[in-house]
Design a protein. Structure first.
Length: 277
């Protein structure tokens, strides 16, 4: 009888140990696994002058394994094309959640290099200034604004005989004026990948994801799925106008063809002048 009781006690201890190990493993795994999130981002842009464009974007985000509302944001900006390859932008974003609001200002520098017909390389440098909402409690709960320097390198591939573009884009986040470092310190690394598909009449759809490896342990790493839709108003207007002209029997002439015609006219005029002389 004593032996049976001793064996039962040992078995119970083993089961308790196994249960404790299982609970610890589950807890540890939950801590280590990144949070799965979702972003839905419709946007619109308009090129209102030869080198100027404006854009507006709304973003709705879910977190806690795509089960809870995280925040929503409205962002607007204006850009200027210095050259065909270089663009500068100024942007503003207002973000609201259940408990906090924030204001975010961007200064953006973009450079694009066409490597060949299929591949292109982009560099996007951002200065980011973020502060809390300017309400009655702003000074009471004042926190020092967060300043970040972000650098993203994007490699794009235009799929042959398709309107799809694949891309990969690592992005580094550096925190400026950190209390532990007077210049800058490493904050996070983001790894982006996805595909953009161009539809008719200036519409573009995008599907992608990014993994964000956050340096500070108090924050969770996250894996974010992204869905994007963009409407280019000037492209839409051009397509509608082209269809209308085709319907009325007016032949469409592209910019390249117009330049060729100008060159031919100049050459013909020069030939006539030479013949007169």
């Amino acid at each position: 009888m004593y032996c049976k009781t001793q064996r039962m006690t040992k078995m119970i201890k083993r089961y308790n140990l196994l249960i404790a190990c299982a609970c610890f493993s589950i807890t540890y795994a939950q801590r280590q696994l990144p949070d799965f999130q979702l972003r839905i981002s419709p946007s619109v842009d308009y090129k209102f002058a030869k080198k100027w464009q404006a854009s507006l974007e709304y973003r709705y985000a879910l977190d806690h394994d795509i089960s809870e509302f995280r925040n929503s944001a409205l962002e607007g900006g204006i850009g200027y094309d210095i050259t065909k390859a270089i663009t500068i932008e100024a942007r503003y974003r207002f973000t609201t959640a259940f408990d906090t609001d924030s204001h975010l200002l961007y200064g953006v520098f973009k450079y694009k290099k066409e490597l060949n017909k299929r591949y292109s390389l982009k560099s996007t440098t951002r200065y980011q200034f973020k502060t809390g909402s300017f309400d009655a409690d702003y000074m009471q709960y004042y926190e020092k604004p967060t300043q970040l320097l972000r650098e993203k390198i994007t490699l794009e591939y235009n799929v042959p005989k398709s309107k799809a573009t694949l891309y990969i884009a690592p992005e580094v986040f550096l925190k400026l004026n950190d209390k532990d470092n007077p210049y800058f310190s490493y904050n996070a690394m983001r790894y982006n990948a996805g595909v953009d598909y161009t539809l008719n009449y200036g519409n573009t759809l995008g599907l992608g994801f990014f993994y964000e490896d956050i340096y500070k342990p108090k924050k969770e790493d996250r894996f974010v799925f992204t869905t994007k839709y963009n409407l280019s108003i000037d492209d839409l207007v051009k397509k509608i106008k082209r269809k209308r002209d085709e319907k009325n029997g007016i032949e469409f002439i592209s910019k390249k063809e117009k330049k060729k015609l100008k060159k031919l006219k100049k050459a013909a005029a020069k030939t006539r002048l030479d013949s007169i002389k």
